[in-house]
Design a protein around this ligand. Structure first.
Ligand SMILES: [Zn+2]
Ligand SMILES: [Zn+2]
Length: 302
């Protein structure tokens, strides 16, 4: 098969410049989305997030610095158009599964009333707003806050089903996340085609048999927070996965394992003690020399 080749030199430069030219409407959309987000990401900055705590490169000293800076000058978080785009896409997938589950009456959690602006907890799909009696059409399911104030950890689960003693996590599987988290798995399905080396999506999806490792670690911590700090009856987490490339879906279950989260909660408690006594902890990854995360704060404070 013949492929069109763009040769180097002035012709290539022109081609690349044309591709770079920004359509004004596209620029306006980006500005609109960033204005709407108020320039800040929706995440709380005064707490530690399970998603960062479960990473192998979570640095206790960097967490300490970030929380201390946040206390001194709140609201320094920022966002980008790509980040907002990822959030919005994830939000739509969540909303689809949450709508089905609430129609079934299987979802407990916080509900937001578009009419009066209040948020309230309900163990089942509420028939009307508890605060202003607005009809159910004004209500939106708003996830499950998991907050552990004493250790300053907070996260949000996508749902909670008391009937199933389960938290719900809704995920989209894209090639980007696989490339980042399980490159060896993705590599097994790369085949030579007349369009180049591409993944065999049918076989890849067929063999996708467990949630991605970071997602499993994250829900273990969610379940710990739900049981110990929110008093929810939780035994397991149910994952719903949407495969972006084909719109096929799968479900997995992860059982609760108390021992996984204990060291992370102890570490968070130790960081809070350090904040209270204003004594920085050691970098848990590279001792006195420091790791890339905490060295960034060192350089900024120079
Ligand atoms: Zn209301
Ligand atoms: Zn460090």
């Amino acid at each position: 098969m013949a492929t069109r080749v763009v040769k180097g030199g002035p012709q290539l430069t022109e081609y690349l410049n044309a591709a770079k030219a920004v359509e004004p409407l596209y620029g306006d959309v980006q500005k609109h989305v960033l204005d709407k987000a108020g320039g800040a990401s929706g995440r709380r900055l005064d707490v530690m997030h399970p998603s960062e705590m479960v990473k192998s490169d979570w640095c206790h000293l960097a967490a300490f610095h970030r929380l201390r800076l946040e206390a001194e000058a709140p609201g320094r978080g920022n966002t980008t158009f790509t980040r907002e785009n990822i959030f919005e896409e994830g939000h739509r997938t969540h909303s689809k599964w949450q709508t089905w589950l609430t129609e079934m009456g299987r979802l407990a959690g916080e509900w937001h009333c578009l009419y009066c602006g209040e948020t309230f907890w309900a163990d089942y799909t509420p028939p009307a707003c508890e605060c202003c009696t607005a009809p159910a059409s004004c209500l939106r399911y708003d996830e499950v806050s998991l907050i552990a104030d004493p250790v300053r950890v907070a996260g949000k689960a996508d749902g909670y089903s008391p009937h199933d003693s389960a938290l719900i996590e809704i995920k989209t599987l894209g090639l980007g996340s696989l490339r980042y988290e399980r490159p060896e798995f993705l590599e097994r399905y790369i085949v030579d085609t007349d369009k180049g080396r591409l993944p065999d999506l049918t076989r890849l999806w067929r063999d996708f048999r467990r949630p991605l490792p970071t997602a499993v670690r994250q829900v273990q911590l969610y379940m710990y927070l739900a049981r110990h700090f929110e008093d929810l009856d939780v035994e397991r987490t149910v994952f719903f996965y949407d495969f972006k490339s084909t719109q096929e879906t799968k479900s997995f279950t992860v059982s609760y394992d108390e021992s996984f989260s204990e060291p992370l909660i102890e570490a968070a408690a130790a960081i809070v003690d350090c904040l209270n006594s204003d004594t920085p902890p050691f970098c848990n990854l590279n001792g006195r020399a420091g790791c890339p995360s905490c060295l960034e704060f060192k350089e900024n404070s120079k």
